[in-house]
Structure formats: C-alpha cells, structure tokens
Design a protein around this ligand. Structure first.
Ligand SMILES: C[S@@+](CC[C@H](N)C(=O)[O-])C[C@H]1O[C@@H](n2cnc3c(N)ncnc32)[C@H](O)[C@@H]1O
Length: 300
C-alpha cells in the first residue's frame, strides 16, 4: 500500500535522540582508567540537542553512554571480554550479577591477594568476561594492564575493598535501564566510524597514545588513521566529538596526538585532576605537578 508522503515520512524517520533529559549519573559499573564519568554531562552538553544515532566506538566503561542513556546507540570496543560484559548486561543482567557475586564471595574467604591472583590466573589462562568483570572492580586503581611479553593481565590487587555484590546488583539494574536502546559490538573503531551517517553523533575517547600503549591491547593505535576516519565522517554530515588526553607537567603541556590544523571547529579544555595512571606507575606516590587535562574537539 502506498502511504501518503507526510505519513510515510513520520513512520520512516527514526525517532531522535535528545540531550534534553540528561541528568547526572555517577554510579560506575566498571572501574576503568581514563573513564569519563565526571565529565560526561559536560561532554554531552556540547552535542547537538537532537540527533539520530549515537555511536561510541571506544566504549571502555561507557561513562558517556551511561549518562546520555540514548534511545538509539551503537557502542563498540576492540576488547572482547569487555564487550562480552556489555552484551550479557543487555541480554541477561542476572547473569552479570551472579558473575560478580560468586567472585566477591570467593574473594572474602581467606587471603584477598591470593584470591585475586587466583582469579587473575584463571582469566590469563582463558580470557573471559566473568573473571574480567571482577578483576576490573578489584584491580589496583581500575588499571587494566597487560604484559607486553605474553599479553597477560598484570595489574596487582587494589588496596580498596571491591563494592559489595548487593550494591553492584543495584548498579546492574540502573545500567540495564540506561543501555536499553544500545547495541554492543566487538569491533575496531574504524568500522564503527564508517557506519555513522548524516545526523548521527559519534563520541571518540581513544587510548592515550603513549601511556596507555600496554593498556587494553591498545598497541599499534594510529591517530593519523583515526583523523582520516573522522574527516570522512564529518564530510558525510556526522557530528564528531573527540576527547584527547594531555599531561601538564610543571606548566608545560604536551598533547599526545598532533592534531591536523583547521580540522576541528571547536576545542574545549577540561581539567581532570591528577592522573591515576601516573600514580599507578609511581607506585602509589602522588604527583602534584602532574595534571591531566582533557581536550574535547568538535567537528561542528
Ligand atoms: C580511554 S578508553 C575509553 C574510556 C571510556 N570513555 C570510559 O568512560 O570508560 C579507550 C578504549 O578504547 C579501546 N580501544 C583501544 N584501541 C581500540 C581500537 N583500535 N578500536 C576500538 N577500540 C579500541 C580500549 O579497549 C578502551 O576501552
């Protein structure tokens, strides 16, 4: 049946995402180095008010996705155990609760470091979402670090007590609601950027080029290729927001990626405080001069 144009248009045009209903949401599901939880509302405030699909190709712990709670989103990451957690959260949140509860209880019995190392050894034997979920909550500083030699996770046990499984279950419930409109994919960011179309928003939070080289398999990341993909997306009418990390040491700012000139329409500075990663590398010692400033670069 041929529909009148006005009617077919209203049926065929997908409903839009909006930033109008965004409220702060600070409960982290995963502890993740470099997560954007604190800055998510500010980052989102630079998005257009209405847009089609939201894309987050470097998902990590999904801080911006969680705050935005989009109606339509494509979220992805190249790190498989992480995406397995997100996919399970969506298809069966009770399983995610159970994964965490079992390991949390195991961790309480006897020596906590020994228990942690046992879970880590099991994960290193065979990478899996269930053990990885507990490890990110219990690892030192939420830093997921892999040894270059064998790719094994090497982060020691954190000094903190991982949150109680009941609190974690409440977080699972809250997050399940917020990711209802999202689809999760295990893939490289290039493919995700290529899939964004006119009227979509893409938020990119790539790994830090040097300091994160051994984090979450980020070796070989090419910023030049990322800029090429962003430029192509911009030409297709995609709004791209890109977070870039920069370390500020004794007044001297060094940015990780050389940014092609004239590429972005806006450049916003955000102060993130002291870097957790640097603290970790310095064995828990705090570095008062090391201030991490994030930049948010916008194509429009
Ligand atoms: C800085 S973290 C993102 C943090 C995130 N914004 C948050 O709030 O937790 C960068 C993420 O990019 C992922 N990643 C690294 N290289 C990638 C690639 N080539 N394609 C897709 N994802 C990649 C990492 O696994 C990591 O989760």
């Amino acid at each position: 049946m041929q529909l009148p144009l006005s009617l077919s248009k209203s049926i065929l045009t997908p409903e839009e995402n909006t930033t109008d209903d965004v409220v702060p949401f600070s409960s982290q599901l995963l502890k993740w180095i470099g997560n954007k939880q604190r800055f998510a509302p500010i980052i989102i405030s630079f998005f257009p008010h209405r847009f089609r699909v939201y894309h987050e190709p470097f998902l990590g712990s999904g801080a911006v996705l969680g705050v935005l709670a989009p109606k339509y989103a494509e979220a992805s990451d190249s790190f498989k155990p992480l995406i397995d957690i997100w996919q399970m959260l969506q298809s069966n949140p009770e399983v995610v609760k159970d994964w965490y509860r079992r390991r949390w209880l195991e961790f309480q019995e006897g020596d906590r470091v020994e228990k942690y190392e046992k879970i880590k050894a099991r994960y290193n034997e065979k990478a899996n979402a269930a053990d990885f979920l507990f490890l990110v909550r219990a690892a030192y500083g939420g830093v997921v670090r892999f040894r270059k030699a064998d790719g094994h996770m090497s982060t020691p046990c954190g000094v903190h007590q991982p949150i109680h499984y009941r609190s974690f279950s409440c977080r699972v419930n809250a997050w399940s609601e917020r990711i209802r409109g999202s689809r999760f994919h295990h893939r490289e960011y290039e493919e995700s950027l290529d899939r964004a179309g006119e009227g979509d928003v893409v938020y990119c939070d790539p790994p830090y080029s040097h300091s994160q080289a051994i984090l979450y398999g980020a070796q070989g990341f090419s910023p030049d290729e990322m800029f090429r993909k962003i430029e192509a997306a911009k030409r297709r009418g995609v709004f791209v927001a890109l977070s870039l990390n920069a370390s500020k040491k004794s007044g001297d700012t060094s940015f990780n990626y050389p940014i092609p000139s004239g590429f972005f329409a806006r450049d916003v500075a955000m102060n993130c405080g002291r870097s957790m990663l640097r603290r970790f590398q310095m064995g828990g010692q705090t570095l008062e001069h090391e201030v991490v400033t994030d930049r948010l670069l916008l194509t429009h």
